[in-house]
Design a binder for this molecule. Structure first.
Ligand code: HEC
Length: 100
């Protein structure tokens, strides 16, 4: 009886471990895409890419942030700006009303 319960616990722990590993991997490797390349090239000389991707924003808030950073000196053409905002909304967005 006890061994049966124990092995179930071990299985559970193993499964939990796998989940944590997957989450950790996501944190170190953001989803690839042209938007990520742009962030690495144009946004990462004042702060790291990780700092940009740590926050979650609504589409309006991302647009405001990216424009603010362009004002501060990030070099982005209007079409690059669109690509980046799209990428941020797809992978690092929040739905309206859910912003922290
Ligand atoms: C000229 C320097 C500079 C460049 C280039 C720059 N940033 Fe920033 N960024 C800052 C500074 C300074 C802060 C911290 C002050 C603040 O929070 O407004 C910041 C903070 C941030 C934050 C966290 C604060 C928030 O509003 O959530 C995000 C996200 C961000 N930047 C995104 C970007 C993106 C995207 C780009 C590329 C388009 C970019 N930054 C390029 C200077 C820069």
């Amino acid at each position: 009886m006890l061994t049966k319960n124990l092995s179930r616990l071990v299985l559970l722990l193993a499964a939990a471990g796998t989940c944590t590993m997957a989450a950790g991997q996501q944190r170190t490797a953001p989803p690839p895409g042209p938007g990520l390349k742009l962030i690495n090239e144009r946004c990462a000389f004042c702060h790291t890419t990780a700092q940009v991707l740590r926050v979650r924003k609504t589409p309006e808030a991302w647009r405001t942030t990216v424009r603010l950073m362009v004002d501060r000196g990030a070099e982005l053409s209007p079409s690059e700006e669109k690509v980046m905002i799209n990428y941020l909304n797809t992978h690092f967005g929040v739905r309206k009303g859910k912003q922290r």
